[in-house]
Design a protein around this ligand. Structure first.
Ligand SMILES: NC(=O)c1ccc[n+]([C@@H]2O[C@H](COP(=O)([O-])OP(=O)(O)OC[C@H]3O[C@@H](n4cnc5c(N)ncnc54)[C@H](OP(=O)(O)O)[C@@H]3O)[C@@H](O)[C@H]2O)c1
Length: 417
């Protein structure tokens, strides 16, 4: 257990569970409808059920367009601004020329008072931003919060900010399955932002990358089930995950003792760790269940079944995924390639027959620090009972950008319309 406690992701899972589940012992995706019929959703806690009821009473479909028209920009706060996702969010706001009148950067008490560089954009000049501690007071009067901190911080800060008139787009998993909170991938369900009562959730990073890749095929051929194996980069565990992998690799290169792991449960360098998040009663991890639970909500496919294995790999950035699709209707690999060639958010990289270097398939080094999900290795699934309705593919995308920061800023852009 001491080892488990070292894993920051397990700490996060524990934080999520701090408030007792409605039915102790109910696995996260099992229906709890007999116990709480009106508010049943996976991972429901008393606190989340109350929040859901409260959100339902708030007006729906708020946008930020009027404020931008009136003031030329927005007062925006990035919570968790020093982390892997928060820093990338700041860069995305600059790159995408997001309209700003003020940019607040919030972190923990540890970094309060330090400064972060703002590269500048057309609405807000470049300069240094001073970090404030993430408190309710630091968010007073803000128009838009981009959340890049852990679940407990999200629960503590954002509901109050929404009551006071802010809109929140959050990257933690705290609110993702709450019914009154839309869970949005703009390429798939942009229209769902109109259902928001002030909080919109950014999905899990591996889920976003998988669904951007498969959605064009799902629209054409329907989807019954998926089997997904993920190969997730160290940076998925945040800044500490990256630092730990770099330190372990440096020690190995110098022939020095490898420092004890703390961000992960075990040494990641030269290794694979088949656990991301805590285990449920059936042996699935919380990260693995996100593919099914969040996939159902985003694609509006409540009966979708997903079998998933999530693995942490010694890659710095960009998650890769092997995906097996069981489709409702036949779809050939060449039809799938044609659909993906023009699909939003996707780059088709599928040249297995060519000689190197023209032989191409998606790889993390090629997909890092950009926003597209690369898809390749598209082929018939030889294990399918009806191979015409079974496809295999491989996809890869930068989970700090499209899996988190860029997707969040894209959602915020939907609110400008
Ligand atoms: N990394 C990914 O690929 C990824 C992808 C999708 C979603 N997410 C989610 O995005 C969130 C951030 O992840 P990350 O990887 O960026 O984590 P990270 O690198 O560990 O950063 C965590 C951030 O939270 C801040 N923080 C800690 N306590 C705070 C407080 N009381 N008030 C305000 N901020 C506080 C930290 O500030 P200090 O530096 O001051 O401690 C830091 O900026 C998490 O919910 C994560 O699950 C991450």
């Amino acid at each position: 257990m001491a080892e488990m406690e070292r894993d920051r992701e397990l700490e996060n899972a524990a934080r999520t569970m701090r408030t007792a589940p409605v039915a102790a012992g109910v696995a996260p995706d099992e229906p709890i409808s007999e116990l709480e019929p009106p508010s049943a959703f996976p991972g429901a806690t008393k606190e989340l059920i109350e929040l859901n009821a409260e959100l339902a009473k708030l007006p729906k479909g708020g946008t930020l367009a009027a404020k931008v028209a009136e003031r030329g920009g927005l007062d925006v706060a990035v919570v968790g601004a020093t982390g892997a996702v928060g820093r990338q969010m700041i860069d995305c706001l600059a790159e995408r020329n997001f309209p700003l009148t003020r940019l607040r950067v919030l972190g923990s008490a540890r970094t309060a008072g330090q400064s972060l560089p703002w590269p500048g954009n057309a609405s807000l000049a470049a300069g240094d931003l001073t970090l404030a501690e993430g408190t309710a007071e630091a968010l007073e009067g803000v128009d838009l919060i981009l959340g890049a901190a852990a679940n407990d911080i999200a629960m503590e800060l954002y509901p109050r900010a929404v009551r006071e008139g802010a809109i929140v787009v959050d990257n933690s998993s705290a609110f993702r399955l709450v019914p009154e909170v839309p869970l949005v991938v703009p390429e798939i369900n942009a229209a769902d932002v109109a259902e928001s009562h002030g909080i919109i959730a950014n999905p899990n990073c591996a889920t976003i990358i998988c669904l951007v890749a498969v959605w064009p095929l799902v629209q054409k051929a329907g989807l019954r089930s998926m089997v997904v194996s993920t190969y997730q980069a160290a940076s998925g565990a945040g800044r500490r995950g990256m630092e730990e992998l770099v330190a372990q690799e440096a020690a190995l290169a110098l022939g020095e003792p490898v420092p004890a792991p703390s961000a992960f449960a075990y040494q990641l360098a030269l290794n694979l760790i088949p656990q991301i998040g805590g285990f449920d009663g059936r042996g699935y991890t919380s990260e693995e269940m996100k593919l099914q639970n969040e996939g159902r909500k985003i694609m509006h496919l409540p009966k979708l079944r997903v079998g998933c294995t999530c693995v942490r790999v010694p890659v710095m950035r960009s998650h890769a995924e092997s995906v097996t699709l069981r489709l409702e209707r036949p779809l050939t690999p060449s039809e799938a390639r044609e659909l993906l060639r023009d699909a939003p958010g996707v780059r088709l990289v599928d040249e297995p027959a060519a000689e190197p270097p023209a032989r191409r398939y998606p790889m993390p080094l090629d997909t890092s620090d950009q926003d597209l999900v690369y898809v390749g290795r598209i082929r018939e699934d030889l294990a399918a009972e009806d191979p015409s309705r079974g496809l295999e593919l491989w996809c890869c995308g930068d989970q700090i950008r499209k899996g988190a920061a860029s997707n969040t800023v894209q959602i915020a852009e939907l609110l400008l319309r």
